[in-house]
Structure formats: structure tokens, C-alpha cells
Write a protein that binds this ligand. Structure first.
Ligand code: UD1
Ligand code: CA
Length: 456
């Protein structure tokens, strides 16, 4: 049986009070709409159609996915009208599943059980029991528990408002039948809208036994209407994700203070302390410890690495057994070979650092290639920028750079060279030689400190 998915995303989302279309607001680093799209794609449908309205071009541009079919709903005349707009793009599929661009947490298992419920009938609804069903459509069943119809909150009688079983909005139907029902839906209701929910009554009139299934977790069917709901669902997403990762052996000191906005691979015995944020694609080896308050974006980190507290690492490759931090900043295009030590208040950008090299205190290293077993003294700065162009600094294996040196690029420090503390170096310095630039030290005999003048 072939499946097509319609994702409704035409609503404006005024309650977000944002210039950004609601479905582009981000949850775990991805647009809300992308969560629905990925949930759809995991079902291997033959087509995914997104019904868009407000901010259409912006939404399309943000989700440049060649597999998607975009259908514009110029006026938001109701959910039934929205699904009808997608039907021409879904010709030939056997079943149609309706999802929502602002309902991001729907799980695969819930959708597959809904699909199963529709196997031998023409319509199945995802319903849920809510303690507080205010605002939702209610599921009306007969004495035998058979679904009869859905009544919207605004159209419901006092006794119907007592019903706790609500319509989540997510449903699946045989496509030919759905097309027929949608042609017959009208807008004679309190909101003057074409309700998708009216297909239930029409199906029952056709003798269809409407089936239902329920989500495992109520947050799966929760929609985002404002920033508070967005934050709530972000937490739920993070909770579920952390739970999954911990079951695979990732050791989180406190799953409530861990955020992953992207994907992660990790080996054995990786420990992550509190308030760590991981973004993008993260690859971690084994025996890694990540200290509190650290942010890591798109990095590959080797076995045995120790990252101490308060570090920021971005687009970098960290070799095995390196130690980093506390308070280190590793910027894009940095590669640390094995056993490098990067200490506090050190910033490294677009540089390679060889194995066993140490940059332990208060340095800026930019556009540099540093060999192995190099010692970069405290306060060493590469002056990589002349105000117009960036230049490289090369430091040979085994070099020793004295503290508080300025390496004015382009500069090349020989292998085994020593640079005297406080030097300003440019150009080339020879291998295995001490180079220093330093004013002669002077002591003045008999010099007296000034004294305060007495008032007259
Ligand atoms: C809908 C259901 C209700 C259910 C509830 C669950 C109908 C008539 N009612 O009500 O039974 O309990 O969802 O949240 O379906 N949309 C469009 N185009 C439109 C109208 C809506 O794309 O013309 C999209 C919206 O962007 C939104 C979704 O469809 O994502 C739901 O629309 P909304 O107006 O919020 O429906 P509800 O009144 O909440
Ligand atoms: Ca709604």
C-alpha cells in the first residue's frame, strides 16, 4: 500500500508574536516543520506535500528539500480546505496521512500503529484522553463505542464539552474515500470553516467503521502556539533524547542540564558534566570527559580527551588524549594532534597544533602551523592580521617560545629554536638557536622617588 503525507503548515502563528513564520521556529536546532517532515519521511511515503500559506517563500527556502512538494493555500479556509489543496499532488497514492507543521514530537511507533488501524478500513483517527480538553474537537462515540463524529469545541453542546477524548488532528485515510468526503464538506459551522473533522460523519454515513489509536505520550500530539509551549516541547524533546543516549551508555551528570541540537556518535565511557550544549554533528571517541558549561559545535574528538570547564569548541578536530581548558576557545579549522595541551584563556583559530605541544596560558594562535613538542609560553600572540590580509606563522618541532612574545606573521620559527621571553619576532629564525629582541636592562644608581610637594 503506497502512502502520501500532507503536512498542514499554512497557519500564521500570530501568538508567537514573531516576524519568523511559526513553523520555522527552532526546536533542538531544527525548524518545527522539519520535525514533522522527518517523521513523515521515516514512514517511507511516496510523496510528502507541505501546505503553506504565510511566509511561504521563507519557509520553502529554509527547508530546501528536493523531495518535498509545496502547495500554497492562499486563504486559510479550514483544515478540510487545506487537505483538499494537497489532493492533486497526491493522485495515485493508496493512503493519505495528515500531519501538522507545528506538532513536532510525534513518534514513529504512534504513526505506525495509526497506519495499522487503517489497514482494513477507510479512516483512522489519532485520539487522546485529555484531563483538560478545552479548545479541542471531541470524539463522539455510540453506545457500543463506535466513533460517530467529531464536534469542534466551538460547536459543542454542554454535554459534549464533558467528553475527554479529543481529536489530535492527525488522521489517516484511504485516498479515494477521503477525496470523496472532502468534496462534500461544507462550511456551515460556527467558524465558517471547511473542517477536516467533518469527514468522520461522512465516512460513518458511508458505512465505514472509523478506527482510532492513541499516542504513547500526550506530548507527541502537542502543538506549538506560543513561546512558552515551544520551550516546553524543547524540554520534552531533550528529555527523551537524553534518556535514549544514556541507555546507550552516555554518562550525563544531569540529563536536565544537557542539550543536544544535532546528532552525536560516541564510544565507551564518555562523561558529560552539567550545562553542556552540543550542536551540529558531534563525534566523540571513548574515555572522554567534558567539563561543565562547555559548548561544542561540529567537532570530532578523539579517545581519552579531557575538556575542562567553560570551553567553546567549534568545527575542530581534537586528537587523542588532548587536554583542553578550562576557559579555552577552539575556533573553526583547528586541528590538534594527539596529546596537545591547551590551557586557560587560550584562543586558537585555523591552526594545526602538533602532537605533545603545549599552549597553556593566555595565548592567541591564529593561522598557524605548530610542530610537535612545541612549548608556547604564557601570553604569546600570533599577530596574524596586518589590517588587510591574514598571514601564517610556522613553528618547527621542539621549539620553545618564551612568554609574552609577539610572532608577527608571516613568521617562521625554526625547529628546536628558542625565543627569548618578551620578543617581537618576524620573518625567519634559525633552528636550534636562541633568538630574542629585548631592550637592555638598566639600573640607575642614586635615583630617588619623587616626593609630594608641601602646600604653601
Ligand atoms: C483542529 C481540529 C480539532 C483538533 C485540533 C487539534 C479541525 C476542524 N479541528 O482544530 O478537532 O482537536 O486541531 O489541535 O480540523 N491549517 C492550515 N490551513 C487552514 C487551517 C488550519 O494549514 O486553513 C493548519 C494550521 O496551521 C494548524 C492546523 O492546521 O497547524 C490546525 O489548525 P487550527 O486552526 O489550529 O485547528 P484547531 O482549531 O486547533
Ligand atoms: Ca490548533
Amino acid at each position: 500500500m503506497t502512502l502520501g503525507v500532507v503536512i498542514l503548515a499554512a497557519g500564521q502563528g500570530t501568538r508567537m508574536r514573531s516576524k519568523l513564520p511559526k513553523v520555522l521556529h527552532s526546536l533542538a536546532g531544527r525548524p518545527l516543520l522539519d520535525h514533522a517532515i522527518q517523521a513523515a519521511k521515516r514512514l517511507s511515503p511516496v510523496r510528502v506535500v507541505v501546505v503553506y500559506g504565510h511566509g511561504g517563500e521563507q519557509v520553502k527556502a529554509a527547508l530546501s528539500d528536493p523531495d518535498l512538494i509545496w502547495v500554497e493555500q492562499k486563504e486559510q479556509l479550514g483544515t478540510g480546505h487545506a487537505v483538499a489543496q494537497a489532493l492533486p499532488a497526491l493522485q495515485g497514492v493508496d493512503q493519505i496521512l495528515v500531519l501538522y507543521g507545528d506538532v513536532p514530537l510525534i513518534r514513529d511507533r504512534t504513526l505506525s500503529s495509526l497506519t495499522t488501524a487503517c489497514m482494513y478500513t477507510d479512516l483512522a483517527l489519532l485520539t487522546a484522553a485529555f484531563d483538560n480538553p478545552v479548545g479541542y474537537g471531541r470524539i463522539l462515540r455510540d453506545a457500543n463505542g463506535k466513533i460517530e463524529r467529531i464536534v469542534e469545541h466551538k460547536d459543542a453542546s454542554a454535554s459534549e464539552l464533558e467528553i475527554k477524548e479529543i481529536n489530535t488532528g492527525i488522521l489517516i485515510a484511504k485516498s479515494e474515500a477521503l477525496e470523496g468526503w472532502l468534496e462534500r464538506v461544507d462550511n456551515s459551522n460556527s467558524q465558517g470553516e471547511f473542517y477536516l473533522t467533518d469527514v468522520v460523519e461522512l465516512a460513518v454515513a458511508d458505512g465505514v467503521c472509523v478506527q482510532s489509536s492513541q499516542p504513547e505520550d500526550l506530548d507527541e500530539v502537542a502543538g506549538v502556539n506560543d513561546c512558552a509551549q515551544l520551550a516546553l516541547l524543547e524540554r520534552r524533546f531533550q528529555e527523551w533524547q537524553a534518556d535514549r543516549l544514556m541507555r546507550k551508555g552516555l554518562s550525563l551528570r544531569d540529563p536536565n542540564r544537557f542539550d543536544l541540537r544535532g546528532s552525536i556518535e560516541f564510544g565507551q565511557d564518555v562523561t558529560i558534566d552539567i550545562n553542556v550544549l552540543l550542536e551540529g554533528e558531534i563525534e566523540l571517541g571513548s574515555d572522554i570527559s567534558i567539563g561543565a558549561n562547555t559548548v561544542i559545535r561540529n567537532c570530532r574528538i578523539g579517545d581519552g580527551v579531557l575538556i575542562r570547564e567553560n570551553c567553546v569548541l567549534e568545527n575542530a578536530v581534537i586528537g587523542a588524549n588532548c587536554t583542553i581548558g578550562p576557559f579555552a576557545r577552539i575556533r573553526p579549522d583547528t586541528e590538534l594532534a594527539a596529546d596537545a595541551h591547551i590551557g586557560n584563556f587560550v584562543e586558537i583559530k585555523k591552526s594545526q597544533v602538533g602532537s605533545g605541544s603545549k599552549i597553556n596560558h593566555l595565548s592567541y594562535i591564529g593561522d598557524s602551523s605548530i610542530g610537535s613538542k612545541v612549548n608556547v609560553g604564557a601570553g604569546t600572540i600570533t599577530c596574524n592580521y596586518d589590517g588587510v590580509n591574514k598571514h601564517r606563522t610556522l613553528i618547527g618541532d621542539g621549539a620553545f617560545i618564551g612568554s609574552n612574545s609577539s610572532l608577527v606573521a608571516p613568521a617562521e620559527i625554526g625547529a628546536g629554536a628558542t625565543i627569548g621571553a618578551g620578543s617581537t619576532i618576524s620573518g625567519k629564525t634559525p633552528d636550534n638557536t636562541l633568538t630574542l629582541t629585548r631592550a637592555k636592562q638598566l639600573s640607575i644608581k642614586g635615583w630617588k622617588r619623587p616626593v609630594k610637594k608641601l602646600k604653601e
